[in-house]
Structure formats: C-alpha cells, structure tokens
Design a protein around this ligand. Structure first.
Ligand SMILES: Nc1ncnc2c1ncn2[C@@H]1O[C@H](COP(=O)(O)OP(=O)(O)OP(=O)(O)O)[C@@H](O)[C@H]1O
Ligand SMILES: [Mg+2]
Length: 260
C-alpha cells in the first residue's frame, strides 16, 4: 500500500462544483422523525466526514442520496438531477457514478473474491476482455492488501478481510462519488489506518468526492476536508476536524471522544 501524507485543508483544492446537493430534506418512519430539515452540499473533489451517535439518521441520509429511500420533503440532487424523479434507467446510470459501501459491506456469498470484483466490471462497465478483468481485479485487491485471497469465498475470510473486499469492489469502477458507511468499523487499528489512507488516495488520484460516515476519529482526521456533526436528525456543527475538535462547545467536543 502506498504511503500517503496526512491531508491538510491546504493540500486539497476542490473547485466549487456541487456534486451532491441535499436541500432541506426530512424523513420520518411512522412516529419517528429521523431527518429534520437536513442541508449539505458536497463539492467536487471534497471529502466530508459525518460524525454522530448511533441511530441519528446518518445511514438514512446516504440511502436518500442513492435513491434507496425517498425523503418526505426536500430534494437530493446528484450532478444537478433530482434523485426522487429518476426512473430505473436514470437510477442505474446514477449508480455507475456513485459507489456506496454499505455498513455491512455485503459480498455475494456464493462467489469468490475474484468473481465478486468482476461483477461490477462486467455489469456496470461492460468489460468482457478477461485480461483486462484480471488486471483490474488484481490491482484493486493489491490496493487493499488482499491479493492472496483472490480465489477464496467470503465465508473463508475474516470480518476485516470481507470489509476490505467490499471496499475493493466498490472502488473498482472508480465512481466519481463515493459514500462510505463506517468503512473501518470492526477492523484492527493498522488495517483501519490503511483503509483511511486508501480513501484519501482515491480522492487524490481520481478526484473522487466522498461522504464518509465514521465513528473512527483517526479515519476522520486522515480523510476529512470538512466535518459535519449530526445530532437528533439535524446537523449541529460544521468545520475542519481541528476546528470542531477544539470547539468551545462541550457537546461538539464530546463527539471526538466517542469510541462506538
Ligand atoms: N427502512 C427503515 N424503516 C424504518 N425505520 C428505519 C429505516 N431505516 C432506518 N430507520 C430508523 O431510522 C433511525 C436512523 O437510522 P440510521 O440507520 O440512519 O442511523 P445511523 O445514524 O446510521 O446509526 P449507526 O451509527 O448506528 O449506524 C433509526 O431509528 C432506525 O431504526
Ligand atoms: Mg448507520
């Protein structure tokens, strides 16, 4: 895995194109108001980290971006287009540009790691040349340190290895936007750091924009250009990692001490 220096806001110069525009969205499930008037703009080339306690609506927000859930009010636009208005064809196209790593990092259990990674290449990128497939799969697995597991089934992998395989599968099509839902949860500190650096290198190499939901402060520190804090269905603070970590407000600072 390549060495990457820690990101500083100065090193990243995102231009101002908004790639994801979350505009006043609200979402309830039954009596429970999960999202309450959320606004967020992700700019091209920017990494936004979302912090927040469990059950605050972080994953729900991400699912609204890819059209798996629809907000009750407000709009989510990706590359200027309202996701809720997209037909199946448009949604398919959207998902070639937006890669998402589910919290569970789901892999297909009956397929080997190689087959799991070939799947998006053949299905989304329509690559049929076996040499090209092999090259891309090997590169992606090398990037997450999993080349030795190429012919294994998910059931033969540890939790951390499954997570890394899921990450490689999402990254392999080089989507313009990446949504990472707890990419380092359940991993040891060394692997977590490697994954965080991989997320950063995706941003640098491919100018990927990303929203990264995490409880891992080292991941947040390494990857974030900007941090937002979500609490009780709304964003309560926004700033750089250091600004928020050193905030005058006790509540804001408390998010940097959480361990779950
Ligand atoms: N499809 C759904 N149907 C009903 N309720 C849901 C659904 N998805 C999420 N919720 C509820 O919405 C709330 C927010 O869930 P969400 O998964 O977004 O939390 P989170 O901030 O990602 O938490 P965590 O850090 O634990 O992953 C929870 O109370 C959850 O039970
Ligand atoms: Mg979640």
């Amino acid at each position: 895995m390549e060495e990457i220096k820690e990101s500083t806001p100065e090193m990243v110069k995102p231009n101002n194109e908004v790639v994801v525009d979350i505009d006043h969205i609200s979402k309830s499930f039954g009596e429970k108001d999960v999202l309450k008037d959320i606004n967020l703009q992700l700019k091209r080339g920017e990494n936004i980290v979302v912090l927040g306690k469990s059950g605050q609506g972080k994953s729900v927000t991400i699912q609204c971006i890819v059209g798996l859930l629809t907000p009750d009010s407000g709009t989510v636009k990706v590359f200027g287009e309202d996701v809720a208005q997209m037909d199946d064809e448009k949604l398919k196209e959207l998902r070639t540009k937006v890669g998402f790593l589910f919290q569970s990092g789901a892999l297909y259990d009956s397929m080997t790691v190689r087959e799991n990674l070939e799947f998006p290449l053949t299905r989304i990128l329509k690559i049929t040349d076996q040499a090209e497939l092999d090259k891309r799969v090997e590169e992606a697995l090398d990037g997450v340190g999993l080349i030795d597991a190429i012919d294994k089934l998910p059931s033969d992998l540890s939790g951390g290895m499954r997570k890394r395989a899921g990450l490689a599968r999402t990254m392999i099509v080089r989507p313009e936007i990446m949504l990472y839902d707890e990419p380092t949860t359940g991993l040891d500190p060394i692997t977590s750091r490697e994954i965080s650096e991989l997320i950063l290198s995706m941003q640098k190499k491919n100018k990927t924009s990303a929203i990264i939901i995490t409880h891992d402060m080292e991941c947040a520190k390494i990857t974030a250009d900007r941090v937002v804090i979500m609490n009780e269905g709304t964003y309560i603070a926004e700033g750089t990692f250091d600004e928020l970590k050193n905030s005058d407000e006790e509540l804001i600072r408390s998010f940097f001490n959480q361990t779950t």
